[in-house]
Design a protein around this ligand. Sequence first.
Ligand SMILES: [Zn+2]
Length: 324
Amino acid sequence: MSPQPPELDRRHFLAAGLPLVGGVLLADDDPLADPESPPAGRTRTLRIAHFCDVHLQPEKQAVGGLSAALRHAQEHFSPDLVLNGGDQVMDVMSADRSRSTRLFELWRSVMKDECSLPMLNVIGNHDVYGWNSAKHGVTPSDQGYGKRWAMEVFDLASPYYVVDRGGWRIIVLDSTHPVEGGGGYTARLDQAQFEWLERTLASTPSDRPVLVASHIPILAACTFLDGDNEQSGDWRVPGAWMHIDARRIKDLFLRHPGVRLCVSGHVHLADVVQYLGVTYACNHAVCGAWWDGPRDEFPPAYAIIDLYSDGTFTNRIVDWGWRA
Ligand SMILES: [Zn+2]
């Protein structure tokens, strides 16, 4: 059976050129003018506020910016939950323990004060403690090393997991893995996680649509324009920017037509790619260019993802009006 063509929200593409009214994108024919009215003939079963790449820090205006974005999302859209898409803090991968403690405590405190909604958390590369902190004396035996600290702060039993909400299955992946034999990280699923994903999809009822959330995009076009990637005369997209195992994940999704939408962040540029019946949305960074304004053409923004009972969805970008 071939999958239903995924429904794309054309507003996503129009976001950059639309007028802003109170931070909500509006156009003449845009139902966002009344965001509580779903398109005719289908029932919205879940509304998610997707907050990617917050990069929270005590510096700049990060605390005020995140607080304003959370208030804006809750006031204008009444989401059912917040999906924190990774890189919640800036940054514990290269920081010492004292700075990392400060960042995670800041995250806890802002979310406690400003977010009254249930949350799902994705672990981003900047949330992984200590991999580049040997210079600060951090070692793998230290408490919280790697993803353990983030799992504690984000209340996760595993760095990847599955939940069912609103008739959909939501699969949260862990993209960040160390480069074998070298420093840094590569975006991929290790073998255990890939086999878990295979089993999870195999056991998903055929009538249950699937949303996949990863921090680093599985497949994205914007990665090509992140820097001077064509300078050598060939396109070069590092494995730290887009899943290096995209091919085998694509092959797996092809066997499971229930997979409709994959959302990510990480690039701080945004796009929507449709490939073999799956829509891959790489959404804006809440911090834009690390709280210094827009990243290229992309201002700080979060996304509102509406999931419907018939397996369709919308993914719209919301610029809540924050400027550096
Ligand atoms: Zn990232």
